[in-house]
Ligand binder design. Sequence first.
Ligand code: GRF
Length: 208
Amino acid sequence: MTERVPIAVLVSGTGTNLQALLDTVHGREAQVVAVASSVADVPALARAEQRGVATAVFARASYPDRGARDAALAGWLLERGARLVVLAGYMELLGESFLSRFPGAVINVHPSLLPAFPGLRAVEQALEYGVKVFGVTVHFVDAGVDSGAIILQRAVELPDAREPGEVLAALRPLEHALLPAAVALFAAGALGVDPGNLRRVAIRSGEG
Ligand code: GRF
């Protein structure tokens, strides 16, 4: 039987991935117990409020440094009972002091096939490189930039793509499928480590 795991979602903007979580796993495999934004007044916060989910803003400018911001953020998420932290368009880096509060329980969605094109402007980087296959990665977060162990990936062939907008439009549905799927796998206790390769996430099937 799958446990309804309490999750927090970190956002910075539009929040379509948050919406996908609210529309799929929320109230089923998971319960979104907190949504925190690095930016005030973004649509993602309104999406959370609409579903009655607690929200808060942790702007970097409100704290003396990133460590103080991370400590306040982690404290609030733990107070809300979060056991998994999902970065869904969160535009800030999280340091080791935050990650150590949620060991093995912070995941991110990134619009490229990692390890290609980490960091900002991933789709623009891929277009500039001239790739013909684009994709989405959901991965565990470590202290590096988009460098944690990969949970799920999906590719799409777009050999003629030239504009970031058309690539992002093709990637959105993949993100909105993969991120909830990863949360459901986490909730089911189905994510483990391959003993033969500690970088490889093993997915156990047939739980229960
Ligand atoms: C997504 O493309 C995600 O991969 C990236 O930021 C974007 C967030 O979009 N990390 P949204 O705010 O969920 O609509």
